[in-house]
Design a binder for this molecule. Structure first.
Ligand code: NAI
Length: 759
C-alpha cells in the first residue's frame, strides 16, 4: 500500500475536547446569568433558555433585559465615559492590552464555551475566533496609544450601543468593543439571544482587568432588548451586525435622530473561478468559503461562479471532497462541520434548499451520518442555478453552496454584481491581470484573490450597497467611533430674496450635460426671478444620466479628476462677477475658490494603504466612489457649500444629482456654465431646481441613487427615512464642520483586496 493510499483510507478516531472546564464554570454560577451593568452582575429577573446546538439541551438561563436595565446601563456608561475619554492614550492602551492578555490566558475556556453555545467546530473557535478576538484587542490597544496621530484632533462619540449576531459571538464582541474603547467611548453591548455566554464570560474578565465600572456593560435579551438600545435617546451611536432586515428596521428607528450608525449586514458573496486557476486549491477554498461555521458567515462564498469550460471538472472534484467532510460533535477536534445554531435556522435552510430544488437546481448532498440529537444539516450543493432564482439571491446562511457558470470575465463581473449585497468576493485565477481587473469591478468591501475568509484587525471589514456601511478594523474602522475635528469656519448666510439678482436668460435644468426645459414647463419665483420648476420625472432623468456617466467617470484617473477641479476653480475666478451677484458676497466667492482648490489638491492623494496583516498576504485598501450621490444643498453658504459638495463628490469619482437651495437657486444655475466650460463630462453633474417637496422625496427614495447628502436641517429626518429601502448611505450633519479630507472620505467607500504570495 502506498503512502497516498494509506492517507486516503485512514479513518479518523474521535478526538473530543473535554467540556469539564465549561461545566464547572456554568455550575459555579448556577447556570443562571444576570446582565453586567456598572461593573457588577445583577440578579436575573425574567430569563430565557440558552441551548447547546450539538445536543439540543438547555445549558443556561440568561436575563431578558428590559427598559429599566437599559436605562441603568446607559446612566452607568455616561458616567464612566467622560473620565475614560480624559485618560491618556497610554492608560487606555494598557487596559485594552490587559483584556487581550486575559483573553489569551483563558482561551481554552472561551473556545470550548463558544463551541458549546454556538455549535461551531472546536477547531474553528480555538484557531480562529478566540485568537482573532485577542488580536483585535492588541491592535486597538495600539490605536488608543496612537489616537492623536491616527485620527488627529478627533474626539470620542460618547456612549455606543452595540448589537451583535450569533455566528461569531466573541469575535463580533471584540470587533465592536475594542475600537470603541480605544477611541474613548463607553459601550452597552447586547449579544445575540442564541449565544450570550462568551460575552458574559468576557464581562468576568473585565472585572479581572479592572475595567472602570460602567465602561463596558453587557445586557442580554432578544430583539426587543436590541430595539430598546436602538431607541434610547441618550445613546450616541449604534453599531449593528446582523440581518439586512433588522438593519433596515434600525435605519427606520434612527432616521429622525442624530445617532451615528454603522451597519454590517448580510451578503451573497460570489466565489469566481476562472479556467486557469489551480482547481485543487479552489476546492479547498470552497470548503473554507462555505463550510466554515456551517456556512453561517456573513461573507461566506455562497455563490460559486465557474468558467464554463472547467465547470464539470470542478464540480466532480468538489463532490469528491464533500464526501470527505466530517459532520458531527463540534467538540471533536477532527470535525469539519458542526451544528446549526437553532431549529429556526435549520428550518430556514431546509425550506430554501427545497425551494432551490423546486426551481430546477441540481441537488447534491453528502451521505454522511448526522448525529441524532442536536441540529445538523449536511454539506449541500445546488448547481445549475438560474441567476434570478431565490437561492441565488437570498442569504441562506447555512452549509449550502449554489453554483452557476459564466463564459467571459465581463459576464463573471455582471453575475458577481447581480445581487443587492456587496460584502465580499473571492476571485481565483493564475492571471494577475484578470484577478485585479475583476477585483476592481466587483462591488464589495473585501475581495480575496486566490484565498478566502481571511480577516485581521488591521484591515477594515464592511459592505457596499445593502450589505451596510461603515468599517470594522483598521484605521478606517476608528473613524466610526470618533467625531471629526471642527475647523474654524465662517457662515456667509443666505442671500435674502430681494438681493437675488435678475438673470438675463431663461433658467433651465441641467441634465446629461445639457440645459433642458423642466418636464412640467413651469417655473417658480424667487424674488423677481423665475427658475425652472423640476419635478419627479426630471429627477428620474437626472439619475439616469448620472448613472450612465458614473462608470466612465469613476474610471478616469484621479489626476484627471483633480485637473478638472482646478479648472473649475480657475473658471470660477474668471466668472466671479456673476457668482458674486448670485450669492451676494465677494468673500464667499473667494472662499469657494479656495475650497475647490483645497479639494482639487487632495483628490489625487486619496490613496489607500497596505495593511501589515500577520501573514504572507498583500492586503491593500483602495478608496472607491459610492456611485451616484444625491445632494440637497443648504440655504446658507449657498455658493460655497454647493460648490464644495459637488467638487468633493465628483473629485472622488461619483456622479451627482444636485438640488440647489430653493430660496436661492441662482448659484446652482450659474454653475451650469461653469461645468460646461470646465470639461466635466456630460451627466457627471446634474442640477435640478425646484421647491424641496417636489423633488427631494423622489431623489431620496430612488433605488439607483447610492448615497444622499442633505444639509437642510428640517429635511434630515425625512431624507433619512425616505432613503431606507436600498440602505443608502446618508450624510445629514452640519456641513460647516467638514474639512476637505472629511468630505472626500464621505465620498468614498473602502475596498480591501487580499492576495497571498509566495514562490
Ligand atoms: P437578526 O438580525 O435578527 O439578529 C442579530 C441581532 O440583532 C441579535 O442580537 C438580535 O437580538 C438583534 N435584533 C433583532 N431584532 C432587533 C431589532 N428590531 N432592533 C435591534 N436589535 C434587534 O438575525 P437572526 O434572526 O438571528 O438571523 C436571521 C437571518 O439573518 C439569518 O438567517 C441570516 O441570513 C442573517 N444574519 C446575518 C448575519 C450577518 O453577520 N450578516 C448574522 C446573523 C444573521
Amino acid at each position: 500500500m502506498s503512502v497516498a493510499e494509506i492517507f486516503r483510507t485512514m479513518a479518523y478516531g474521535p478526538a473530543p475536547e473535554t467540556a469539564d472546564l465549561v461545566n464547572q464554570w456554568l455550575d459555579a454560577r448556577g447556570r443562571n446569568f444576570g446582565p453586567y451593568i456598572d461593573g457588577k452582575f445583577d440578579k436575573a429577573g425574567a430569563t430565557f433558555e440558552v441551548f447547546n446546538p450539538a445536543t439540543g439541551k438547555v445549558i443556561a438561563n440568561v436575563a431578558q433585559c428590559g427598559r429599566a436595565d437599559i436605562d441603568r446601563a446607559v446612566a452607568a456608561a455616561k458616567k464612566a465615559q467622560g473620565q475614560w475619554a480624559r485618560q491618556s492614550g497610554f492608560e487606555r492602551a494598557k487596559l485594552l492590552y490587559a483584556l487581550a492578555r486575559l483573553l489569551q490566558r483563558h482561551s481554552r475556556l472561551f473556545a470550548v464555551l463558544e463551541t458549546i453555545d454556538n455549535g461551531k467546530p472546536i477547531r474553528e473557535s480555538r484557531d480562529l475566533d478566540i485568537p482573532l478576538a485577542a488580536r483585535h484587542f492588541y491592535y486597538h490597544a495600539g490605536c488608543a496609544e496612537a489616537m492623536e496621530s491616527l485620527v488627529p484632533g478627533c474626539s470620542p462619540v460618547g456612549v455606543c450601543g452595540q448589537i451583535i449576531p450569533w455566528n461569531f459571538p466573541l469575535l463580533m464582541l471584540a470587533w465592536k468593543i475594542a475600537p470603541a474603547l480605544a477611541m474613548g467611548n463607553a459601550v452597552i453591548l447586547k449579544p445575540a439571544e442564541f449565544t450570550p455566554l462568551t460575552a458574559l464570560l468576557f464581562a468576568e474578565i473585565c472585572d479581572q482587568a479592572e475595567v472602570p465600572a460602567g465602561l463596558i456593560n453587557i445586557v442580554t435579551g432578544d430583539g426587543e432588548t436590541g430595539r430598546l438600545i436602538v431607541e434610547h435617546p441618550e445613546i450616541d451611536k449604534i453599531a449593528f451586525t446582523g440581518s439586512t432586515e433588522v438593519g433596515r428596521a434600525i435605519r427606520v428607528a434612527t432616521a429622525g435622530t442624530t445617532k451615528r450608525l454603522s451597519l454590517e449586514l448580510g451578503g451573497k458573496s460570489p466565489f469566481v473561478v476562472f479556467a486557469d486557476s489551480d482547481l485543487d486549491s479552489v476546492v479547498e477554498g470552497i470548503v473554507d468559503a462555505i463550510w466554515l461555521n456551517q456556512g453561517q458567515v456573513c461573507c461566506a462564498g455562497s455563490r460559486l461562479l465557474v468558467q464554463e469550460s472547467v465547470s464539470p471538472k470542478l464540480h466532480r472534484k468538489l463532490r469528491d471532497r464533500m464526501a470527505t467532510l466530517r459532520v458531527g460533535n463540534p467538540l471533536d477536534k477532527s470535525i469539519d462541520v458542526g451544528a446549526i445554531v437553532a431549529p429556526v435556522q435549520l428550518e430556514r435552510i431546509r425550506l430554501l434548499v427545497e425551494q432551490g430544488y423546486r426551481e430546477g437546481a441540481e441537488l447534491y448532498q453528502t451521505e454522511c451520518m448526522l448525529p441524532v440529537d442536536g441540529w445538523y444539516y449536511p454539506p449541500t450543493s445546488l448547481s445549475g442555478v438560474a441567476p434570478a432564482s431565490s437561492v441565488a439571491q437570498v442569504e441562506i446562511f447555512g452549509p449550502v453552496l449554489v453554483s452557476m457558470t459564466f463564459r467571459t470575465p465581463a459576464e463573471a463581473v455582471a453575475l458577481a454584481n447581480n445581487t443587492v449585497y456587496g460584502l465580499a468576493a473571492s476571485v481565483w485565477t493564475e492571471n494577475l491581470n484578470v484577478a485585479h481587473d475583476v477585483a476592481a469591478k466587483i462591488k464589495a468591501g473585501t475581495v480575496w484573490i486566490n484565498c478566502t475568509n481571511l480577516f485581521d484587525a488591521s484591515s477594515g471589514f464592511g459592505g457596499y450597497r445593502e450589505s451596510g456601511y461603515g468599517r470594522e478594523g483598521g484605521r478606517e474602522g476608528l473613524r466610526e467611533y470618533v467625531r471629526p475635528a471642527s475647523p474654524e469656519s465662517r457662515r456667509f448666510g443666505a442671500a435674502p430674496p430681494e438681493l437675488v439678482p435678475e438673470i438675463d436668460r431663461t433658467n433651465k435644468l441641467y441634465v446629461g450635460g445639457k440645459q433642458v426645459r423642466p418636464d412640467s414647463g413651469y417655473s417658480f419665483k424667487v424674488g423677481s426671478v423665475d427658475f425652472a420648476h423640476g419635478n419627479r420625472k426630471d429627477i428620474r432623468n437626472a439619475v439616469e444620466a448620472a448613472r450612465a456617466a458614473a462608470g466612465g467617470w469613476s474610471a478616469a484617473t484621479s489626476f484627471n479628476r483633480a485637473q478638472i477641479l482646478y479648472f473649475l476653480a480657475e473658471n470660477l475666478e474668471a466668472q466671479r462677477a456673476s457668482f458674486e451677484s448670485a450669492c451676494g458676497s465677494a468673500d464667499e466667492v473667494d472662499a469657494t475658490i479656495r475650497a475647490v482648490f483645497a479639494l482639487a489638491a487632495r483628490v489625487d492623494k486619496l490613496d489607500g494603504s497596505v495593511h501589515p496583516v500577520p501573514m504572507r498576504v498583500l492586503t491593500y485598501t483602495t478608496n472607491e466612489p459610492l456611485g451616484v450621490i444625491g445632494i440637497i444643498a443648504p440655504a446658507e453658504n449657498c455658493l460655497l457649500d454647493l460648490a464644495r459638495l459637488v467638487a468633493a463628490a465628483i473629485g472622488a469619482g461619483n456622479a451627482v444629482v444636485v438640488v440647489p437651495s430653493p430660496t436661492n437657486p441662482a448659484p446652482g444655475v450659474e454653475m451650469y456654465r461653469l461645468i460646461e466650460m470646465s470639461d466635466v463630462p456630460a451627466g457627471v453633474v446634474n442640477i435640478i431646481t425646484a421647491p424641496h417637496p417636489d423633488v427631494v422625496p423622489t431623489l431620496a427614495q430612488h433605488e439607483d441613487v447610492d448615497a444622499i447628502w442633505s444639509f437642510v436641517p428640517g429635511l434630515s429626518a425625512a431624507v433619512r427615512a425616505d432613503s431606507i429601502s436600498n440602505l443608502k448611505q446618508t450624510w445629514v450633519a452640519d456641513l460647516l464642520d467638514a474639512t476637505a479630507d472629511e468630505m472626500l472620505r464621505r465620498a468614498v467607500q473602502v475596498k480591501n483586496t487580499w492576495t497571498p504570495y509566495g514562490a
